[in-house]
Design a protein around this ligand. Structure first.
Ligand code: NI
Length: 189
């Protein structure tokens, strides 16, 4: 178990599509465990493999009591619309309102390589869509209008100098424990 460095905006791997996993090996289970450690160290609710410099189609999600490891996730059903103020562990301190499906059903393989389905709404639904976007080389800023995206990129220009070589090194444990209700937007995706 380990906390891994995160890639941030500008790192090319964040823009590359991932490769489906054919067999869930012990090495990939260890990677998923490290991603869970990393997500928690960043006070996150989701993390996708490209954010730790890997190209497998794998993400982890933890919303409330729900902890999921998803290999090869695909959205198989969508319903309704919702707007959510999103951020991203790979674009720290930048936020934007994104329109998503209000409810999604995702099919994936679990840690044992067994297919399962999960349906999510609100933060879980938004998080599933945000992480699956990562696996297709997409970021939440891609969903913003031209002007909002330009404003978000101006915010990022003030932040990016903190991350040499597009790498964000996390402390091994969260510096503070912030109750999720205290966030007024989601910088945890
Ligand atoms: Ni993200």
């Amino acid at each position: 178990m380990a906390v891994l460095p995160l890639t941030v905006l500008g790192h090319p791997i964040l823009r590359q599509a991932t490769t489906p996993v054919t067999v869930v090996t012990d090495e990939l289970r260890r990677l998923a465990d490290d991603m869970i450690d990393t997500m928690r160290a960043a006070d996150g609710v989701g993390l996708a493999a490209p954010q730790v410099g890997r190209s497998e189609r794998l993400c982890v999600v933890e919303v409330g009591e729900t902890l999921l490891t998803l290999f090869n996730p695909e959205i198989i059903a969508r319903e309704g619309k919702i707007k959510w103020e999103e951020g991203c562990l790979s674009i720290p301190d930048v936020f934007g309102w994104v329109e998503r499906s209000a409810q999604v059903t995702v099919r994936a393989l679990d840690r044992d390589g067994t297919p399962f389905e999960v349906t999510g709404t609100e933060l879980l639904g938004v998080c599933l869509q945000h992480e699956i976007d990562h696996l297709d080389g997409k970021l939440f800023i891609d969903h913003l209008s031209f002007l909002k995206r330009r404003s978000a990129m101006a915010d990022w220009d003030e932040q990016k100098g903190k991350y040499p070589n597009q790498i964000r090194v996390l402390p091994a444990a969260p510096a503070t424990t912030v109750a999720h209700g205290e966030h007024d937007h989601d910088q945890r995706l």
